[in-house]
Design a binder for this molecule. Sequence first.
Ligand code: 9MR
Length: 367
Amino acid sequence: MIRRRRVLAALGALPACAAPPLAAQEAPLRQVARARGLVFGTAVRADLLATDPELAALVAREAELLVPEWEAKWDALQPEEGRFEFAPLRAILGFAQRHHQRVRGHALIWHAAMPGWLTAALAEGPRRAAALMETHFTAVLRETREAIRDWDVLNEVIANPPGSDNPSATEGDLRPTPWLAALGPGYLERALRLARQLDPTLRLTLNDYGVEADTPHAGAKRQRLLRVARGLVERGVPLDAVGVQAHLQMRDPFRPEPLIAFLRALRDLGLAVLVTELDVREPDSLAPSLADRDAAVADYAGRFLAAAIEGGVRNVLTWGLTDRDSWLVKEPAVARADGATTRGLPYDEALRPKPLRAALAQVLGAG
Ligand code: 9MR
């Protein structure tokens, strides 16, 4: 029996290892969401799925939709000019197929995760930039056409409003990036039209962050995103959806009304709205006990998610499932200065479910 299990696992028919058990009354998040016409998903990494059977089993159980955390970015897909590397992305597509999951693509245009050669080449001018965009989109969309029907064509293209501590803050609505420098503001339209032409039924998404909270900064960024989206739609540029990343920060106040109004304004333009990268950064000073911290994180995320769903969101993805693998813990720029592990995802470092998972289940399942 054990041998049969191992063989089946190697073929992908079974998770090689069971995910940590849920209490008997708890259904997988994908099932809870599905029962209400919603889709729950998460970001994954091919290396972790391949080497960590417990995590792989968790992803298989909980998620209906996957997004590659690294594998579909330029530096992964085209590490050298003209040399495309699809193996890690294919591994994720294979995993998804075996577990009856869908995959969204992330990201065709982004100012980060650009290989050095691309940054240098974009500086050579508009013709070169346009040709590179065309070559990359053509190869990637041909490769993923069967499996990926929703792509973040544009990621983080909206500028942070002045007054924020962000070094990229500008007066204009568009974030200063190598693509903007090379092609001017028309690069958004160029990318969207190219994607539509290459794959007419692909869902084209603009994905961005910093629009969730009830702060002047987030309010100004919402206005910017709305202005850009409206401009594109009014000019007949193909755009189908807006992704709200939802890297939430608990130091920011949250109120449902501004978020709901923003999502409705986007939907009034005919756009779908998604939550694409949900996780939670804890406040600067932590509550004394783990239980208090986890309860506060769950409460904050739950209030956000309930508002997002009320505003029309149907697809909800977290940026990973466990604190152990989260960029919130791994990246020095966002990790806590006091050395504590940020507890911003549904499972802890030992892959045990936390109150945040319960909050997601509760909000996704509330009828
Ligand atoms: O979580 C990702 C991290 O591991 C990578 O080093 C980084 C650069 O590729 O990207 C992170 O994911 C980002 C996502 O692609 C876009 N929104 C913000 C995410 C967190 O930085």
